[in-house]
Design a protein around this ligand. Structure first.
Ligand code: FEO
Ligand code: CA
Ligand code: CA
Ligand code: CA
Length: 655
């Protein structure tokens, strides 16, 4: 569990690392170990050569076969990995700051005054730490559109003076007055901004009619099978259909009809009163969801975040939220059909049968990968017709078999063990406590599933498994020699028959991450990967318009891998499969998020999250930060910001 002497961002790492899943389902480590050991025996590869130690069977197989790539290779000069106060992008590209924490979103937002910030000002200005960026073109224009950007969480030690992130939590919370908490609440949520490219340069359109801030106080509607459930009723909402705010929104997606799916992740951190947990009517579920985690002290000032005063409020967070960016007055909707867990993302595509399929990771150590399939087809002609499409469908959880097959297990009340005998009352109940339902189905415990992306050109689905340091020796064998998965790996899934709604799939480890030159690490990048091209801790990912995979990382640092986080290109096909290459590098302390590509492939938007965050033995604060990126002014702490990347001479990126 979290230590009392670390900054908020590391608290969140602990929230995700905390092993809340006590079910006896096999872990993905168990499964990979079993699978690879069997296959390697078959292939006579257990007499370990330097090659087999460093390279996955998949890479070896690819290397022996003809190059049958259906996607072009990446083409750009690689950035050197390292650590510094600044960001770097590949030669021949520009990487310019587009918008920073505190910049204007609403047209009547005041100028940012970091030393006298107020909740009223923050509610109109760009919020803190962004994980997701989505681009919605206006009138089909690739150079003019809306950016949908979330604000996942806040680093109080970098936003306000006088807070030492290594102090005890009680001392840090003593500095977090009601006024500061109010600022934090307004720095959460999301922003919609209008952006335009003129004469090659992108900028935010001032006074846009689409500009909008969403915060921890924005009224939202609860929809789908759990709406109106007894477990969702609160003193301010006896109907169980209305809630204020969205919290800890991590990755997300844009739907084919142009709405924004933004996903609540570590909501447990916002709830207060651990002492009351055992007496709660939701005691079992609270434990399974690691709540209340008391990472924020909002519960000291707001009753709804105290689980004793408002026991059901926590059930109203942990959902996928759908927002219509074209209508700034529209009410965001929490879509309960997609389940309640620590959602990382909501990668979606139209299946060959016309229905929408949404892939989702539950980002916690030993938790699961989910898939949602809508009941009805997407209406490609009418945006309005898809308005409530996400309220009906079937949610599944993944089981990975040792032989390389996989199965999607439906989470449907009344089927299998999901009955009253197991304590479930109805489908709403299954969705509210879907982790417990997934435990009963025997889903496979994963190494922290982060972002998932589906490649519409190849049909392959990629899941980032960021790390799981608690894998035990029991899960280790000669073919998968990592007792502690500190660096993460990437799984490639192929739906059977090219049908994303099929009950089964095949799977393969694309790459095990970390430094391939250190044998004990057991990384499996393609040997063509340079010393800058490997990475650890894959988190967000993107498939570009050419069908190529890009990986944004969270967890690299001077101490862990000798490099900051950044954006890497990763080849997935042919002889180059498993080759990484560094394209963009963050300033110290930051993780890289987004990324997002425009339809003309000429622009990437990326989010630099928590620049200057404390790492290792250092202490980085508002008063004395490790970097003052991106302003580099003595009067300004580091600011999370969105960066726009374009080719200096124009043209498609990395082609
Ligand atoms: Fe917000 Fe999965 O990290
Ligand atoms: Ca993440
Ligand atoms: Ca993320
Ligand atoms: Ca992460």
């Amino acid at each position: 569990m979290a230590k009392p002497d670390q900054p908020r961002s590391l608290d969140f790492e602990d929230l995700e690392d905390a092993a809340a899943n006590s079910s006896s389902n096999p872990t993905i480590g168990d499964v990979i170990a079993e699978r690879l050991s069997r296959r390697d025996l078959m292939q006579g590869m257990l007499a370990t050569t330097a090659m087999t130690a460093a390279v996955s069977p998949a890479v070896l197989l690819a290397a022996c076969s003809e190059d049958t790539s259906s996607t072009p290779n990446f083409n750009f000069p690689e950035v050197s990995a390292g650590v510094s106060e600044r960001h770097y992008v590949a030669d021949g590209y520009n990487a310019d700051v587009l918008i920073r924490w505190g910049d204007k979103v609403d047209k009547d937002a005041p100028e940012f005054d970091v030393k006298a910030q107020t909740a009223e000002a923050q509610a109109k200005q760009f919020g803190y730490n962004s994980d997701f960026i989505g681009f919605v073109p206006l009138d089909g224009n690739a150079r003019h559109g809306l950016l949908c950007i979330n604000h996942e969480y806040t680093n109080e030690e970098l936003m306000f003076p006088g807070i030492n992130p290594k102090e005890k939590k009680s001392k840090r919370f003593a500095e977090m007055t009601a006024d500061r908490v109010a600022v934090e609440m307004m720095a959460h949520g999301g922003s919609v901004i209008e952006v335009k490219r003129d004469s090659g340069k992108w900028s935010v359109v001032p006074d846009s009619i689409f500009a909008r801030r969403i915060t921890a106080a924005t009224e939202m509607e609860i929809t789908g099978p759990a709406a109106g459930h007894d477990k969702l009723k609160s003193s301010y909402d006896p109907e169980g259909r209305k809630v204020y705010g969205m919290l800890n929104n991590c990755a997300g997606a844009i739907t084919p009809w142009g709405t924004w799916l933004t996903c609540e992740e570590n909501f447990n951190g916002y709830f207060w009163n651990k002492k009351a947990a055992n007496a709660s009517p939701h005691a079992v579920a609270l434990k399974r969801y690691g709540a209340p985690a008391e990472r924020y002290n909002w519960g000291q000032y707001h009753d709804r975040f105290d689980i004793k005063k408002e026991p059901n409020e926590i059930n109203r967070f942990g959902w996928v939220v759908e927002i219509d960016p074209m209508d700034p007055d529209s009410k965001p909707k929490k879509r309960t059909a997609m389940g309640r867990f620590k959602h990382e993302g909501a990668a979606n595509l139209i299946n060959k049968d016309g229905r929408l399929v949404v892939y989702q990771g539950d980002d916690q150590r030993f938790d699961y990968i989910y898939r949602f399939v809508t009941k009805d087809k997407v209406d490609r002609a009418s945006r309005e017709a898809n308005k409530d499409l996400l309220d009906e469908g079937t949610l599944y959880v993944a089981r990975f078999n040792p032989d390389g097959s996989g199965i999607w297990l439906p989470l449907v009340f009344g089927t299998g063990p999901l009955t009253e005998a197991s304590g479930f009352t109805d489908q709403g109940d299954v969705l509210i406590n879907v982790r417990i339902a997934a435990d009963l189905l025997g889903a496979t415990k994963m190494d922290r599933p982060e972002d998932v992306e589906a490649n519409p050109q190849t049909g392959k689905v990629y899941c980032m498994l960021t790390k799981n340091k608690k894998r035990t020796e029991v899960a280790v064998d000669a073919a998968n020699p990592r007792a502690e998965n500190a660096f993460g790996h990437i799984i490639e899934m192929t739906p059977d028959g090219g049908d994303h709604a099929a009950p089964t799939f095949r799977w393969e480890v694309l790459v095990k991450c970390g430094d391939p030159s250190v044998a004990e690490v057991g990384a499996t990048f393609n040997p063509a990967t340079s010393t800058s091209g490997w990475f650890a801790n894959p988190d967000n990912c993107m498939i570009d318009n050419e069908g190529r995979l890009w990986i944004a990382t969270d967890g690299n640092s001077a101490a862990t891998t000798g490099r900051t986080d950044g954006l890497w290109a990763l080849e997935t096909e042919g002889q180059a499969r498993g080759t990484g290459r560094l394209f963009f590098r963050c300033p110290v302390g930051a993780e890289l998020c987004g990324p997002c590509v425009t339809p003309d492939s000429e622009t990437f938007f990326v989010a630099v999250q928590h620049p200057g965050q404390t790492e290792g033995d250092s202490v980085s604060t508002f008063d004395s930060p490790s970097t003052r990126w991106p302003d580099f002014k003595w009067s300004m702490p580091p600011r999370p910001a969105i960066v726009v990347i374009t080719k200096r001479r124009g043209g498609k990126i990395a082609v």
